[in-house]
Ligand binder design. Structure first.
Ligand code: NAD
Ligand code: GLY
Length: 363
């Protein structure tokens, strides 16, 4: 492990770009060069992150024409109204096709800034400056952008690859503890779903990660971005392998929906969802029970919930049927053969899913 910046190159049909992971990047003009970011910049941030980091980012951007829009904080504002506010403000600021949108914030801001950039004048550049752990390891990389609809999460959106992703791990110092731990669930996801060696590394460095040790964090963010880059390069539009990034998510989305988005953070629901995916994998004779126990124990060490809320199995199962991965009415779940080796199960027997949910929720 060293603490120099890591540069991860991502090559997709929708665009090629670098993800830079390091400490103190947000203050260094060298990471915001003219060939990546033009003279006209539109920064989208929120009322929490803006006061902390917008001035520092503006200073690093130097003598450009910069307009900053500060949106209210919260998943409930990830909607078409906020999207319209971004577009209105870009028109008012007379941004043209050579403008660069910068998303400065967590996944909510990144998704909205990216979607506005995808749509404004049929597409302008976006640079992601993710400030939450979840956004650094997942949301900022890969080009999924969008907003929620009252009928469901992320129902409106576009694929729009960023021109660069600047992940400065020092900004995670100000992230609230609960948000930080929820981000760790997504870190565990990469190990459990894709990389057994990384899973073991997370186990060995769990204490350092819990204490936000800068070197451990930088390594973890870098490994996750490398893993995500590799998957996205193979399957940008999620016709196959990219679905593996959703380990635990079908269960997790049902937990989020059943509890009325907001009481469980996304990462918390994904953590409990991975535990359920592990138990189902064991039940189907796919995964050794010792592997499922290791997963549960690591998530528990991170202070994450490892059981779903006491909601009836039938309600959760019904919500799982609304998942975007469902095709022709059949549940498609990501299950595991061993830690680090996950795969898509296209026609998962619902009775088995119900049994696992029933045992976990006692309902
Ligand atoms: P978030 O954007 O709401 O951020 C969490 C909270 O932390 C917010 O209150 C935010 O203001 C605050 N915050 C962020 N950075 C901070 C910092 N450095 N210091 C202090 N406070 C800070 O939530 P999130 O967990 O970052 O992202 C969740 C969103 O990401 C969801 O909408 C989800 O759908 C989306 N997402 C997208 C992708 C993708 O591929 N596009 C992947 C995963 C998740
Ligand atoms: N977060 C899952 C994906 O980007 O595909």
């Amino acid at each position: 492990m060293d603490d120099a910046e890591a540069v991860i190159h991502v090559e997709t049909r929708g665009g090629a770009y670098d993800v830079i992971v390091g400490a103190g990047l947000i203050d260094r003009p060298k990471w915001f060069p003219e060939d990546t970011i033009g003279a006209d910049v539109f920064v989208v941030t929120n009322e929490t992150v803006g006061p902390l980091y917008a001035d520092r980012l503006t200073a690093a951007l130097g003598p450009r024409r910069i307009t900053t829009l500060v949106l209210p904080d919260g998943e409930e504002h990830k909607n078409l109204d906020s999207f319209s506010r971004i577009i209105d403000a870009m028109v008012e600021a007379r941004m043209h096709r050579d403008a660069t949108v910068i998303g400065l914030g967590g996944g909510v801001i990144g998704d909205m800034a990216g979607f506005a950039a995808a749509c404004y004048q049929r597409g302008v550049a976006v640079v992601q400056v993710p400030t939450s752990l979840l956004a650094q390891v997942d949301a900022a990389v890969g080009g999924k952008t969008g907003v929620n609809h009252p009928g469901g999460k992320n129902l409106i959106g576009a694929f729009h690859q960023p021109r660069a992703v600047i992940a400065d791990v020092t900004v995670l110092d100000t992230l609230p503890e609960r948000e930080y731990r929820a981000g760790l669930a997504e870190v565990v996801k990469y190990g459990a779903g894709l990389d057994a060696g990384f899973f073991s590394w997370i186990e060995a460095n769990a204490q350092a990660l819990t204490q936000r040790d800068a070197k451990a964090l930088q390594f973890a963010v870098r490994r996750c971005c490398e893993a995500k880059a590799e998957v996205v390069q193979q399957d940008e539009r999620e016709t196959g392998r990219r679905a593996l990034l959703n380990l635990g998510h079908t269960f997790g989305h049902a937990i989020e929906a059943a509890t009325g988005y907001g009481s469980w953070l996304h990462g918390e629901a994904v953590g409990a969802g991975m535990v359920l995916a592990g138990r189902l994998s064991v039940r189907l004779g796919l995964l050794p029970s010792a592997d499922a126990a290791r997963l549960e124990s690591l998530l528990s060490d991170f202070g994450l919930p490892v059981a779903p809320p006491p909601i009836s199995a039938d309600i959760l199962l019904d919500l799982m049927r609304m998942d975007k991965k469902v095709l022709s009415g059949r549940l498609r779940l990501i299950l595991m053969k061993e830690l680090g080796d996950s795969f898509v199960v296209a026609d998962c027997p619902e009775e088995e899913v119900r049994t696992v949910l029933h045992a976990a929720t006692a309902g």
